[in-house]
Ligand binder design. Sequence first.
Ligand code: SF4
Length: 295
Amino acid sequence: MRAYRPTPELPRHLEQLYARFPFDRSLADDPIAPIRALATDPKRAEIAGILGATLAIGNTTAIRGAIRRVAGLAGGDVAWLVDPAHGRERARRLRGFRHRWIRGDQIDYLCRVLADHYRRHASLESAFVAGWEEGGFSGGLDRLARALRGEGRERVLGRPPAGYAALFPSPLDRSRSPCKRMTLFVRWMVRDRYPDLGCWRQVPTGELRIPLDQHVYWISYHLGLTGRKTRSWRAVEEVTEALRRVDPLDPIRYDFVLCHTGISGDCPKHRDLAVCGPCSVRPDCRLWHGRNVAA
Ligand code: SF4
């Protein structure tokens, strides 16, 4: 079967989707809503961002609730969590915390890793940039993942709790994970356009890779941005490359709208004229290919 390719009109239709998108409605549903509230300065933005990205498993209501619960345990100031003076009290407060399979002892260890990192560096950006300069975006993500796992710092940090390292996958791991939560964190840190936080300055937006969750993957596949049948790091690269042809300077500009088109139920994931009718990318969607149905 011939591969389904994006139509020449896709850039214009994506722009229409973006221009019409109700950002404020979807922002309230997005994990970045509580993160923005906690991001009172760049350091707090980074701490709230990595906590939020780590907890970004499951539905968005549960994720937002988990972020707010962790922040609540810190009295609303996430900088408290990485203050070495509060290590024992932090561990005590996090003891009963649970979100899906993520446990409080893992979040406590992450805070310990961050406290150790901030003793030596101003930001996690330095870890990403060191890897990016050597091995491009996947090299940057790999170095960031290693820093967050606490690799090479076990003598200072102690052994990580069970399952901790798996919270921070790298595109260079054998599993070739799409690393959705890690790419999402880097998006929040690098892009300075709404709704992202833009507190890293050294990484150009053109370098970003798409956070390929199930919603973004599904629409990307149906728009012909990838022909891959599963989410993987290769699919991330393919979708990003296709979007780079639309906007070389900001290839993941459409990530938020594609993701929330799926989350909000505006994409039924099957042919339904009542819902698909107003969809800006319907002429490009493979479900409607060859069907001239007026909206
Ligand atoms: S046409 Fe329908 S199924 Fe296709 S992307 Fe748009 S809303 Fe989703």
